[in-house]
Design a protein around this ligand. Structure first.
Ligand SMILES: Cc1ncc(COP(=O)(O)O)c(C=O)c1O
Length: 390
């Protein structure tokens, strides 16, 4: 039975992350796992915080009757209230349970939002370099993808954004802290984006939705801070996750938070619950919702990631690489010493270092290095990176 032609085609092209993952398996078999320095994946090696594990144990040891049953498609009211209260620490407009839908991670959240709010053929803008899955998510819902370059510091180029908005633009997805660059969009950047969206919405008589992909949440360094979009723009939605902030990506728990001042708010909440169900997620995992209710206010130890960032960054600077010191997430995005990023990452494979070419994120001439790995992997990679540049 043949698979869909489109999927066959897409799988043939594959994602660079996937290709590197497969390369890693091959190399680990050949040379032993300890001799491969794999910086290709955003799969954190850090264990979740104690409070998460304690909450999980408590629920398992002291079960609540009916805790494995279906629930309202938006999730448990107490979990949604907990999430709303956490957002309210930063939001000037106050969110309540009814503004939140629990989802299967940020990936689930983004797909539910796109399905619920956008019409086939409408255009969504993303900034480059971008998280490559966006392209697939947009395609899932018959949406057009328009890519706008960021500036030399990987920050939003608002002039370019303004030029690219048309009457068919329905949404802008921003991602901060950013994968792959580690850039963090502060209040002033969010405000500039909000101004442009407001101006162009008025010009075209449309409503442009601002979606913040907050998958990396509070993983920020050096006092950086992603601006709260609800404070700047009414038609705003956050798609967020506990995958990275609690180091539990396999558990698939995240949420959608809709700005209380978003137009058609009640219809949107109904549509999100409907799409959570009909896209096949039904609801976010019940057990994880209960754990999150008890542990949503904790975050993994950010200082560990900051030390890893510094370790890899300093090693690369000493080796002669050109790169920004990122303020968030757990990636470095250096220039490749030769223009051909694919060729350079192949050269790195000879040194048993795995990195993802920038081409995989819409930005050739760069590469992404993930530092959510053990220090010994970072140290081994630095040696290979040094040899590859000389
Ligand atoms: C930018 C970005 N958005 C969304 C996701 C999806 O995260 P989740 O595990 O919460 O679905 C990821 C995962 O790596 C990501 O990097």
């Amino acid at each position: 039975m043949p698979i869909s032609k489109k999927i066959a085609e897409e799988m043939k092209k594959g994602s660079w992350i996937r290709r590197m993952f497969e390369e890693g398996i091959k190399l680990k078999k050949q040379f032993g796992a300890d001799n491969i320095f794999d910086l290709s994946l955003g799969n954190p090696e850090m264990e979740p915080p104690q409070k998460f594990t304690d909450a999980l144990k408590k629920i398992v040891n002291d079960p609540v009757k009916g805790m494995h049953r279906y629930m309202p498609n938006s999730g448990y009211p107490e979990t949604r209230t907990t999430v709303a209260n956490i957002i309210n620490r930063e939001s000037k407009v106050k969110l309540v349970c009814g503004d939140v839908v629990m989802t299967c991670g940020a990936a689930g959240a983004l797909n539910v939002v796109l399905k619920a709010l956008l019409n086939v053929g409408e255009e969504v803008i993303i900034f480059s370099p971008f998280f490559v899955e966006y392209v697939y998510y947009l395609d899932n819902h018959g949406l057009k993808c328009r890519v706008v370059e960021t500036d030399a510091d990987f920050m939003p180029d608002v002039a370019a954004l303004e030029k690219s908005i048309s009457a068919n633009t329905k949404a802008l997805i921003i991602n901060s802290p950013n994968n792959p660059t580690g850039a963090v969009y502060e209040d002033r950047h969010i405000n500039q984006i909000a101004q442009v969206l407001g101006k162009k919405s008025a010009e075209f008589g449309t409503e442009i939705l601002l979606i913040l992909d907050d998958a990396y949440g509070k993983i920020v360094y050096d006092g950086a801070h992603t601006g709260c979009i609800f404070n700047h723009y009414a038609n705003s939605i956050v798609a967020a996750s506990f995958s990275k902030t609690l180091s539990i990506p396999g558990e698939r728990i995240g949420y959608i938070a809709v700005g209380p001042e978003c137009s058609d708010h009640a219809e949107i909440m109904g549509a999100l619950a409907f799409c959570n169900r009909t896209l096949g997620y039904v609801n976010a995992p019940a057990l994880m919702q209960r754990v999150i209710t008890a542990a949503a206010d904790v975050v993994i130890d950010i200082s560990i990631y900051q030390n890893k960032r510094d370790r890899l960054y300093n090693g690369m600077i000493a080796a002669g690489y050109e790169l920004h010191k990122p303020k968030g997430a757990f990636y470095l995005f250096p220039k490749t010493p030769i223009k051909d990023d694919v060729l350079f990452t192949q050269r790195l494979i000879q040194e048993r270092v795995l990195a993802v070419p920038g081409s995989g994120f819409g930005r050739p001439g760069y590469m992404r290095l993930s530092y959510c790995v053990e220090d010994k992997v970072i140290d081994g990679a630095i040696e290979g990176l040094k040899r590859s540049i000389s």
